[in-house]
Design a protein around this ligand. Structure first.
Ligand SMILES: Nc1ncnc2c1ncn2[C@@H]1O[C@H](COP(=O)(O)OP(=O)(O)OP(=O)(O)O)[C@@H](O)[C@H]1O
Ligand SMILES: [Mg+2]
Length: 329
């Protein structure tokens, strides 16, 4: 079966900044594909190329077999886009916003009316249908934004950071709606900065950084490479941390030190923690603090690239002095 989205060697330059530097990936139909990356990685640029808002400099991209450069009309007819910033009009009601979007589609008046109410129902906005959007919470606005992208029932949906700024409840609601859409056959490409979100939703995750795909894998495989828990031990100073690192590594446990911090990524946290504490207790220099947490996007970067995920927002501006990032060679 042909892919819903196919991207090959995509490049895009903004003045001196290579925003996309040869991006390639494929998205199967009726799946969620997660584009995960820090600020400035090229997520929005990729989405904008796929949504035919901007033209790439090189490479090729197809949505449902339609080329984004040579056949943008066919691409536009098959996609819905909820951009990074809510595009709904705050002075219109929810219903009016959906109608406005619908007028740009081929739907007749009656069909549009029915579709608008159907979406308000699906997205839990029926009661708020006739309220101006400026009175909505952030979560309600975001849901309406996604609803607006679905008026013409597009088989492919782009969601650019759909849950940024939402609380955990709002996120869970939106995650459920996205899962339901995919269940009914929609293909979703979403961008996010949260590993947790990509992990919960995506069938496949591409981590991008500096306009390049760093890794493209299933969440399970990604996590198997990463471990499920990150243990961090903070020592009083760097020499003590290095000493602890040596002891921990001599037990066959993978760990790394960064100044006074020792970081261990594991899938067996309880046993590993116990062994680690025994090992470092020998010289009477226990850690000052211990934390256990789920891996983040930054941990993925550390594990895969050996460096932290760093934001790259303002590189299109002239660089007067270029400070060395921490840990750069
Ligand atoms: N129209 C433009 N003109 C100049 N530079 C741009 C333009 N659009 C994007 N960029 C730059 O290209 C790079 C990639 O931007 P992009 O918006 O794709 O990142 P992103 O991964 O979506 O980041 P964020 O998480 O902050 O939304 C950034 O360095 C950005 O400043
Ligand atoms: Mg963006």
């Amino acid at each position: 079966m042909a892919h819903a989205i196919s991207v090959e060697g995509l490049t895009k330059r903004f003045r001196r900044l290579q925003a996309l530097d040869g991006i390639s990936f494929q998205v199967d139909r009726a799946t969620v594909f997660g584009l995960l990356g820090p600020n400035g990685a090229g997520k929005t640029t990729t989405v904008r190329v796929l949504a035919t808002i901007i033209r790439p400099d090189g490479g090729r991209a197809e949505v449902l077999g339609h080329d984004v450069v040579h056949d943008p009309e066919s691409v536009r007819a098959s996609i819905g886009l909820a951009g990074q910033y809510a595009a709904v009009d705050p002075n219109l009601t929810a219903l009016e916003n959906l109608r406005l979007v619908g007028q740009l589609t081929a739907l007749g008046r009656r069909a549009l009316h029915e579709r608008a109410w159907e979406l308000l129902e699906i997205f839990g906005l029926k009661e708020a249908a006739n309220r101006p959007v400026r009175t909505f919470s952030g979560g309600m606005r975001r849901r309406l934004d996604v609803a607006a992208a679905l008026v013409h029932r597009p088989p492919v949906l782009f969601l650019d950071e759909p849950t940024t700024g939402l609380d955990i409840e709002g996120r869970r609601e939106l995650w459920k709606m996205i899962r339901d859409l995919v269940q009914s056959g929609t293909t979703v490409l979403l961008t996010t900065q949260y590993l947790e979100e990509a992990d919960r939703l995506a069938d496949r995750i591409a981590v991008i950084d500096g306009g390049k795909v760093v890794v493209d894998d299933r969440p399970e495989s990604l996590k198997a490479r990463l471990g499920t828990t990150v243990l961090e031990l903070t020592f009083s100073d760097e020499p003590t941390a290095l000493d602890a690192l040596t002891r921990i590594q001599s037990m066959g446990i993978q760990a790394e030190a960064e100044r006074e911090l020792v970081r261990i990524t594991t899938s067996d946290s309880a046993a590993v923690l116990l062994n680690v504490l025994r090992a470092v207790d020998v010289n009477g220099a226990p850690p000052k603090a211990i934390s256990m947490r789920e891996p983040t996007l930054d941990d993925v970067f550390l594990a895969i690239t050996g460096h932290h995920a760093k934001a790259r927002e303002d590189q299109s501006r002239p660089v007067l002095s270029s400070p060395q990032p921490k840990g750069a060679p």
